[in-house]
Design a protein around this ligand. Structure first.
Ligand code: AMP
Length: 418
């Protein structure tokens, strides 16, 4: 079932959203992107004459914690939706059930943070540090057992289920995946945001226009290894950028000064280079760097060859030759995936390389390429440069996007398709 096909008139929908928004110390929302991203789905349901039970998590509470209460976002949700949203102080219990049952068309109920219950994630809590393996196994079994009741209860509030929380689609949690079992195929669907995410991922995985270029930045090879290996089977060009660069440079015998490096991953870097060669993938590495004499925005800087970084200096961004090299590859591409900055973009003096990459992606997009930007920091980059609207798609999912691109089946997606 698709959300456009479904008529919500007179129906109660359980909508799993990702309202895990950042809050400041006074509980003001500092970035409401995730809330706004769910509005098209919520508004469609209300416009049809349905009612909504909203489920979400906020933060990583270990139990009931005022700091992580969704009541902090209630006022803003009212404003965004233009509806007086009701609140249930507990997602289980009498109050939630009574309020859900009494919902009339056009009404909305926000449930308290689902992760106040260990059952949402299905992971035991409060285990003693010295718990034995048996105790751990017993606790796990117990929470899995009670998770069934928890999930069933959430499902009982509604006639249909809508998943619009792409950010948690890679987790087999009660409200993101398990709950779907309680609804037949005709009564469960993706929300608009999920639909867009799934389509964007599908385009870079299954509908590839070539050349396909992936730009992988960020700090560590170790955290990107699986995705790099998977991408080697798909892309024509793989650009390696960011802190990962120096592990490759050192592995090839270059001098990297104080640059970030994973010394235990040197063999891995060489192995990736060999795999790229065997598969005919053009692995593009930096040739020069903007180096600094300390890890700070105000450090002294100079440009040098990436494999000749002086002692005491560290590479914090790519240099002009590399910018040109990367930009040429990107501009000649028809499918582009960007994850991770080319340097320490949090420091204004080291954003130039990431900006050059973003601008090249924008130009390629204008020339007809499909460009997907995803993973927290590259999204922050395109937002910082004001270029988010000029790429084909900016994903809201970090881990979920990377796992999807690694080729993993995401439980949140599978549960709807089953
Ligand atoms: P990740 O979370 O792995 O995508 O990495 C993103 C982080 O990598 C950002 O916080 C960047 O500041 C950092 N980063 C990028 N390039 C470098 C570099 N050359 N040295 C140190 N950190 C870097």
């Amino acid at each position: 079932m698709t959300i456009d096909q479904f008529n919500f008139a007179g129906k109660k929908a359980f909508v799993r959203v990702d309202f895990n928004v950042p809050l400041d110390e006074n509980f003001n929302i500092t970035d409401d992107t995730r809330m706004r991203a769910a509005l098209p789905t919520l508004k469609k349901i209300l416009a049809d004459g349905g009612s909504i039970i909203i489920g979400s998590h906020l933060g990583r509470p270990k139990g009931v914690t005022d700091k992580f209460s969704l009541k902090h976002i209630l006022k803003h949700l009212n404003e965004l939706l233009g509806v007086e949203v009701q609140f249930a102080n507990d997602c289980m219990g009498e109050e939630a059930a009574v309020k859900a049952a009494a919902l009339k068309p056009g009404e909305v109920l926000l449930l308290e943070n689902l992760r106040f219950y260990a059952e949402e994630e299905g992971k035991p809590r409060g285990l003693a540090e010295d718990a034995t393996d048996e105790e751990k196994a017993a606790a796990k079994k117990a929470v899995k057992e009670s998770q069934k009741e928890f999930t069933k209860k959430l499902a009982s509030y509604a006639d249909c289920y809508v998943n619009d929380a792409f950010g948690t689609a890679h987790r087999a949690h009660a409200s993101t995946a398990l709950i779907a079992k309680y609804f037949d195929k005709d009564n469960k669907m993706f929300g608009y945001l999920m639909e867009k995410e799934v389509k964007a991922v599908d385009k870079v995985l299954n509908d590839i226009h070539r050349p396909f270029t992936a730009i992988m930045g960020g700090s560590k090879v170790s955290s990107k290894i699986e995705i790099i290996e998977n991408l080697l089977n798909k892309v024509d060009n793989l650009i390696i950028a960011g802190g990962m660069t120096y592990t490759f440079t050192k592995a090839m015998g270059g001098k990297i000064g104080l640059s970030i490096c994973e010394d235990d991953k040197l063999d891995l870097a060489l192995d990736l280079m060999k795999k790229a060669k065997d598969k005919g993938v053009n692995l593009v590495l930096a040739v020069d760097a903007k180096v600094a004499d300390s890890f700070s925005n105000d450090a002294n800087t100079q440009f040098c060859a990436v494999n000749e970084i002086p002692d005491g200096w560290e590479g914090l961004d790519i240099g002009p030759k590399t910018e040109e090299l990367f930009a040429n590859v990107i501009k000649g591409s028809k499918t582009i995936l960007w994850n991770g900055p080319t340097g320490v973009f949090e420091f204004d003096n080291f954003t130039h390389g990431s900006r050059a990459v973003a601008e090249a992606i924008v130009e390629a997009t204008k020339n007809g390429a499909f460009s997907l930007v995803g993973g927290g920091d590259s999204v922050a980059c395109v937002n910082k440069f004001g270029l988010a609207k000029e790429v084909s798609y900016v994903s809201t999912g970090g881990g979920a996007l990377l796992e999807a691109i690694e080729g993993k089946i995401l439980p949140g997606i599978a549960a709807i398709n089953e």
